[in-house]
Design a protein around this ligand. Structure first.
Ligand code: BTN
Length: 299
């Protein structure tokens, strides 16, 4: 479902998420009839929002739940203009590609054909976070890999004890908790970048990885809120020309740096010590810049 910022149901949710209010006051505030308020409340309930009504009016309960309107609220507050929410879809990256325009966020509770890097599958059972954003940044083509790095940074800084494995995995104790799939579409001069993020929050079977719920009690809402706010801040910093600062933070969080690594790239395998994240976002392995690839930590 697409949630529009201007829709009555979203505006009612927005107000009630801050304060309980009576139907009468809501109607006055929004300049609509009480019937329209009632209809909007029914729509919210149908979409899984817990709206309670008592003598003092309507109240939203269960704030810890990540309902479609809460996803939209957090996305709009982070600067996105469109939000599409699915209980189930094949892949949010595919939905985003189909949409084809920037500044949108696609979110799913479950994916039936979640995609990972290098054509791999991404198991997307209920309990995880699966979302994709569409961007059209005014950046040079060569700078686009930085978007994947800042997405990883945004996740890593939202998850205590986590580390970045260059270029785009987030690990806890060496086990994968998040994967990122960035894809480019459209014109080379101004491509559409899709950044898809999958995070194991409460996944019952995190394939070869770890779920946050194995370590501590955390809600999907908390994780999503933190990640999307971090991403929006970091993205703005990147556009403001503050890559140096971001790079330092990525390097600090990146456990690949200082390790012996093997990186499988489209043109072969590079093995050596990962020395740094360079100015252009590549990984420096024994003096040689690597721009893309699958990285394994050897020791
Ligand atoms: C990887 O580690 O190989 C990347 C996994 C990326 C998974 C996310 S989940 C949301 C988005 N939709 C997809 O189909 N894939 C990405």
């Amino acid at each position: 479902m697409r949630i529009s910022r201007e829709s009555t149901d979203y505006r009612v949710y927005r107000i009630l998420s801050e304060n309980p209010l009576s139907g009468e006051k809501l109607a006055k505030k929004l300049g609509i009839s009480r019937t329209a308020v009632w209809k909007a409340v029914q729509k919210l309930k149908e979409c899984g929002v817990y709206v309670e009504s008592n003598a003092s009016g309507y109240t939203i309960a269960g704030e810890e739940e990540l309902n479609p309107y809460e996803v939209a609220r957090l996305a709009f507050e982070s600067g996105f203009k469109e939000v599409h929410f699915y209980d189930v879809t094949d892949s949010t990256n595919s939905r985003a590609k189909e949409y084809g325009k920037p500044d949108a966020l696609f979110f799913a509770n479950r994916q039936t054909a979640g995609r990972g890097r290098h054509g791999r599958k991404w198991l997307s059972e209920e309990g995880g976070l699966y979302f994709s954003v569409t961007l059209s940044p005014p950046l040079d083509y060569s700078e686009l890999p930085k978007l994947t790095l800042i997405a990883g940074l945004s996740v890593a800084e939202a998850i205590p004890q986590s580390e970045i494995k260059w270029p785009n995995d987030v690990l806890i104790k060496g086990r994968k908790v998040c994967g990122i799939l960035s894809e480019l579409h459209g014109e080379v001069e101004r491509p559409l970048v899709i950044v898809g993020v999958g995070i194991n929050v409460k996944n019952p079977h995190p394939e070869n990885g770890i779920s946050l719920s194995e370590l501590y009690d955390v809600s999907r809402r908390e994780v999503f809120e933190q990640v999307i706010r971090n991403f929006s801040k970091n993205y703005r910093m990147l556009l403001d020309g503050r890559w140096c600062e971001l790079r330092r933070r990525i390097e600090r969080r990146c456990s690949s740096v200082g390790k012996a690594v093997r990186v499988t790239t489209p043109s072969g395998v590079a093995e050596g010590i990962a020395e740094a994240i360079s100015e252009d976002g590549s990984l420096v392995v024994s003096g040689k810049k690597i721009y893309a690839g699958d990285c394994i930590h050897l020791r």
